[in-house]
Design a protein around this ligand. Sequence first.
Ligand code: NAI
Ligand code: MG
Length: 411
Amino acid sequence: MNKLADLIERDAHQLGNLLTAEGGKLYYGAYYEAVHTANTLRYFCGWCDKITGKTIPADGPFFTYTRKEPIGVVGQIVPWNFSLTLTALKWGPALATGCTIVLKPAEQTPLCILYLAALTKEAGFPNGVINVIPGYGPTAGAAVSSHPDIVKVAFTGSTQVGKLIMETAAKSNLKKVSLELGGKSPLIVLDDAGVDEAVQIAHDGIFMHQGQICCAGSRTYVHEKLYDEFVQKSKIKAEARKIGDPFDNSVQHGPQIDEDSFKKVMDYIKSGKEQGAHLECGGDRFGDKGYFVKPTVFSNVTDDMKIAREEIFGPVQSIIKFKTIEEVIERANDTLYGLAAGVITKDINKALTIANALEAGSMWVNCFFALGPQSPFGGYKLSGLGRECGEESLDEYLEVKTVAVKLPVKL
Ligand code: NAI
Ligand code: MG
């Protein structure tokens, strides 16, 4: 695993190039993603000799202990938005626990993953440990989730397909399932926040990678005292974003992944206008080639609007007004999702009250996207099942065996 990490670092430019060419991700982000992939594998490599069972003081004359064993052959299905990182988050715990892998990359971004697969050969992985099978979801993906010899499936993608995977897993061999799905993550800006800092955090939290992030801060709740200033400054920032060729390092905003996704985002923008949100900026296509959507800011968004309820997966910021902490907690939790949430405040008591009250797998205080291989990540409610990253992710790939040895009552 460390050798593979070395090779990924050696070829990070090449991996970044492939990811930008096929996925439209900004090149510097793609390069960083390759480096992060190497770091993730190194983190998980450290777990290989630290997975232990317990000795248990069970009733009776028994010496009882547990062993953690690799679950077996695992299937992994990844999307296109963070192909390299999401692959590393799945390979890492599977390899550290001793499982073998069949991975299906997203149909939009197979090349960077095939390149990774070639590096595993160069690193000396035995044949058959990692298998990459490109293809479409209903064929290659479904073959993974329904296969009788695959005993666990890990999926990242839409909630709709996550449900299908679970159904297929149940109908085939009851394989263990972990799902990392969509979100509608709130970011709450309290009245004591510094407006400029909060605007920047919220802006990055929604516009990074054109909003194509499962845990994007897609509901920006701003206290009424700061609301007008916050909206004005957010609009200026969104309008200033440089749109263009993702290989140009001065560009901050590239295209959406494909035509379907582009159309879906444009439909949500249309519904925002129709349902009475105020369009501050953006709202239409940039240029006449490619699938560029101008960074879009809506104010006067209310909780019942589609843009405040459904996952858009695009560069659309919805700024929503609130008055009290009690009220904003209730409104932030009034969603089917529960992947992440954020709060910006100088008051530690308020920060922790909100952190405890929100139904979300990750809670960020005065920051957003504080993600890393060491910290568990996953969703409450329709955002998923199980956790990736951290020690918790290892359990997804392990069986626990209890061994009880009868002891002589008398020697
Ligand atoms: P998707 O959920 O359809 O695709 C993700 C992966 O699942 C791909 O590898 C795909 O080939 C595979 N897949 C699709 N149908 C399958 C099936 N029946 N059985 C097994 N595997 C299957 O996501 P898509 O179409 O790329 O994007 C649609 C929406 O999903 C986005 O607009 C966004 O809202 C959400 N999404 C969420 C992601 C996340 O990070 N949680 C990542 C990508 C999409
Ligand atoms: Mg799909």
